[in-house]
Design a protein around this ligand. Structure first.
Ligand SMILES: NC(=O)c1ccc[n+]([C@@H]2O[C@H](COP(=O)([O-])OP(=O)(O)OC[C@H]3O[C@@H](n4cnc5c(N)ncnc54)[C@H](OP(=O)(O)O)[C@@H]3O)[C@@H](O)[C@H]2O)c1
Length: 331
């Protein structure tokens, strides 16, 4: 394909960013690069920020967002990849200041590219995408910190969102008793169908509480919210518990005392899926293709096409995401 379709975002008037479908020309292939025909991408919170003009994510427009891409190699000047290889790219600069997966082609350094593991389809890799990779990294950190199903309940915040829903599904698969916190109690049936044992309102964690520690309720947690939510989660961990913190949908701020750390020995574990070394990303992809393979993975995502992106991006930006959105670019 010398030309291909992409969803390109432009600053139409000052601070008014609009995305349209345009025809683009293929890029020259620099040394050590891989050109990929993108079959699927997915929609993440960061894409919604990029598409709405967040300069913290994307400095210059026009720009093609999309921090995830899965497809087949069209051409490669990196000897690790051959034409026709099925590959996945997530994170690094893809979709931030490098044209991303909301186009039918991406050209990226070979060091960003993972081979699709046997056992995972291209589409399933994008049902997971950055959100799934991040959920997997959070769960892995909890496991490495010794959390077991016998230790007690695990809380997941933002449970209907991308990271949250995959974290719930994975923890249930691994035998944990999962408590899902959500702002969308109307989606309770969807969460219980995943095997979550309890669904609670997001408001239980969103109010500031002057007490330095709360009732010991959870052995562990996956938190996508940050801010007051994360502070309340830390205060609610039981002795020796851990929270994997990966997001900031509530707030990037963290105003806490050290008391839960020094009196209950709890652990605050940071998770980054963007700049993480490729070998560690590959490990998590391999787990999802094997012992972490999610049953009924299709039910976690809705498939959309380029023309549906504006509505879905607006929904994600407003915190209205329900599960994952896979972008099918094959048409
Ligand atoms: N560290 C990393 O490498 C990494 C990677 C991926 C994502 N992230 C971050 O993780 C977060 C979640 O990403 P995502 O892709 O899952 O986003 P998403 O699909 O948009 O889901 C976010 C969910 O958070 C909940 N939420 C929204 N506003 C909230 C608030 N004020 N307080 C508490 N919960 C709120 C909502 O779920 P409910 O209605 O169910 O509560 C929403 O659906 C984002 O901050 C993203 O930037 C970080």
């Amino acid at each position: 394909m010398s030309t291909y379709k992409a969803f390109e975002v432009r600053e139409e008037t000052e601070k008014n960013f609009v995305g349209t479908i345009v025809e683009k020309s293929a890029l020259e292939l620099a040394e050590g690069s891989v050109s990929i025909e993108v079959c699927y991408s997915s929609v993440n919170y960061k894409d919604a920020l990029s598409a709405s003009g967040s300069k913290a994510v994307t400095r210059e427009y026009p720009h093609v967002p999309g921090i995830d891409a899965a497809g087949t190699v069209l051409a490669s000047t990196d000897s690790n990849f051959a034409v026709g290889d099925e590959v996945v790219v997530t994170g690094y600069d893809l979709g931030m200041n490098t044209a991303g997966g909301f186009g039918q082609q991406v050209t990226v350094p070979g060091g960003w590219v993972t081979k699709l593991p046997v056992g995972l389809s291209l589409r399933d890799s994008m049902v997971l995408g950055t959100a799934g990779l991040t959920a997997g990294l959070c769960v892995n950190k909890l496991l490495l910190n010794g959390i077991t199903p016998e230790a007690g309940k695990v809380l997941v915040t933002g449970a209907t969102g991308g990271v949250g829903i995959i974290a719930c599904a994975l923890l249930v698969k691994l035998g944990f008793e999962v408590v899902a916190s959500t702002g969308k109690l109307a989606e309770t049936a969807k969460l219980t169908a995943l095997g979550v044992s309890e669904v609670i309102s997001r408001e239980a964690f969103s109010e500031e509480n002057p007490r330095p520690m709360l009732k010991e309720s959870y052995a562990a947690a996956v938190d996508v919210a940050g801010g007051t939510t994360l502070v309340n989660v830390i205060k609610s961990l039981s002795y020796g518990g851990s929270v994997a913190a990966c997001g900031l949908v509530d707030s990037p701020a963290l105003s806490a005392t050290v008391l839960p750390f020094i009196l209950r020995g709890v652990n605050l574990l940071g998770v980054d899926s963007v700049e993480l070394p490729l070998a560690q990303k590959q490990q998590v992809w391999n787990l999802f293709a094997n012992e972490w393979a999610l049953t009924d993975i299709d039910s976690l995502a809705e498939t959309i096409v380029l023309a549906e992106l504006p509505a879905v991006l607006a929904k994600v930006l407003a915190g209205g995401a329900i599960g994952r959105y896979v972008l099918d670019l094959r048409a």
